[in-house]
Design a protein around this ligand. Structure first.
Ligand code: EPU
Length: 431
């Protein structure tokens, strides 16, 4: 079992280079299934979710070759099956993108229901409703979704999403890219990775318009050509380091980012008293010698404040004076990690979708666990501010989505290391 050990109390200073976006990579890699030629995908984060989706494609017949740490060559021409039923599929939430991609290629798909981070019910009813509108029928049995087009090829139609859903928007774009005629997705998600997928599909010759607005129009094409494509920077990884800089009252420059994607995060950090300077592809967060104060946050679909930065900001706000109120407006139950922060003496209470943080009292080190990916990032931030040594377990969640997280924090001056704990907690050696 691996754990992180963090000695808190050091301000972060220096530069950090942000990796490619996890949530774009886990959509764009399955999108290659639709392509009729090999593709090269660059700026891929070196994280376990990417390894997993690459392995799943390989097992389905694709030739997946890692060219270097951040580049994958994928040749989808030998994909021989519309089924993704290996246990690996359950290892990640985003394996549901195999449904859209396989439907687009074969007109049918059988995919195990997804796993991934667990913070309450994560239904896929909107995905299925959208596929049905494109002429598919499905059944769920033995833990898998078995879905097929009634007429072999999907048929474009107008679909109104009841909920603004990132996954549904992306899955329908994948399914519609080669469908017959025009698909219109109304009330769709506008996240940067939705736009990134549209750009990738268009670079291969697809006809996707309107991504980034709440109506996307896709006119199906018959052939998609191979391309070299570079994934956008990870907005959430950037937001995590920005929150960590504020929490430790440090000063860091976050590089290889798109500042526009970070507007809602930057606005909150300015509101609490940080100095933020934006450059073309970087942002500097300066919290040195500042008294940071409370704020309220309501998570919303993009361009609102991202739910995937909510836990990190809660951890950070424990260090700010005053009472902050968080309204988690996207997920029903994304506060399980707060029990862990309470073990560190954080003064936080939860009432339904609200978390109320009485900030300004230093946290105390304690053994804590990552309850999911972003919750794990929040534990690191809390530990960086705490007095004493915090040991974080369940770090496999963190490594699903953060590339070289220990090395990046160390380079900023954090006292953090990864340890291997054998059998009992008494025996630990550094790795
Ligand atoms: N929803 C439904 N039915 C559906 C789909 C979604 O009710 O069929 C609900 C969800 O329960 C949730 C809301 O709609 O309450 C939004 O869910 P969405 O579909 O947008 O989420 P997702 O696509 O499953 C992606 C990210 C999540 C991120 C959310 C919201 C990926 C692989 N995952 O999930 O990222 O929290 O969008 O922005 O892109 C993370 O990176 O840590 C992470 C969890």
């Amino acid at each position: 079992m691996n754990k992180f050990v963090v000695n808190g109390g050091k301000a972060l200073n220096g530069e950090v280079v942000i990796s490619g976006a996890k949530n774009a990579a886990v959509a764009i890699i399955p999108a290659v299934i639709l392509c009729d030629e090999p593709c090269r995908i660059e700026n891929i984060p070196n994280i376990s979710d990417v390894t997993l989706i690459g392995t799943i494609l390989h097992e389905m017949g694709a030739v997946v070759k890692r060219v270097n740490k951040s580049t994958l060559d994928i040749d989808p021409r030998r994909i021989f099956t519309h089924e993704a039923t290996t246990d690996l599929v359950r290892g990640m939430r985003a394996s549901y993108y195999l449904l859209g991609a396989l439907l687009g290629k074969f007109g049918k798909a059988k995919v195990l229901l997804p796993g991934g981070c667990n913070f309450g019910v994560r239904p896929i009813d909107q995905h299925l409703k959208g596929f049905e509108a494109l002429g598919c029928v499905h059944e769920i049995s033995d833990g898998a979704v078995d879905i097929r087009s009634r007429e072999g090829r999907l048929k474009g139609r107008t679909i109104y999403l009841d909920i603004v859903s990132v996954g549904t928007t992306i899955n329908l774009m994948l399914a519609a890219a080669k469908a017959e005629g025009l698909t219109v997705i109304e009330n769709c998600a506008k996240e940067p990775h939705v736009v990134d997928l549209a750009n990738f599909l268009n670079s291969m010759g697809a006809d996707v318009r309107g991504a980034g607005t709440d109506v996307i129009k896709i006119r199906g094409v018959n052939y998609l050509k191979g391309v070299t494509y570079s994934i956008i920077p990870d907005q959430i990884e950037a937001g995590t380091y920005m929150a960590a800089a504020a929490a430790t009252r440090g000063c860091i420059t976050v590089k290889n980012i798109t500042p526009k994607h970070l507007d809602s995060i930057t606005a909150k950090l300015r509101e609490i008293g940080c100095d933020i300077e934006e450059f073309d592809e970087a942002v500097r967060v300066d919290a040195r010698n500042r008294t940071l104060t409370r704020c309220n946050i309501k998570t919303m679909p993009h361009p609102g404040f991202p739910t995937d930065c909510q836990p990190q900001f809660v951890a950070m706000l424990t260090s700010c004076n005053g009472t902050s109120i968080i309204n988690e407006n996207v997920w029903d139950n994304r506060y399980q990690y707060i029990n862990e922060l309470q073990r560190m003496d954080a003064k936080i209470s939860v009432e339904g979708r609200l978390a109320i943080i009485e900030g300004g009292t230093p946290l105390k080190a304690a053994p804590v666990k990552a309850t999911d990916l972003r919750a794990g990032a929040a534990m690191i931030i809390a530990a960086l501010t705490a007095n004493g040594t915090t040991v974080i377990s369940n770090i496999q969640y963190i490594e699903r989505g953060y590339e070289e997280v220990v090395e990046k924090f160390q380079a900023l001056g954090a006292d953090i290391k990864r340890i291997y704990v054998k059998d009992s907690d008494d025996f630990a050696e550094s790795v």
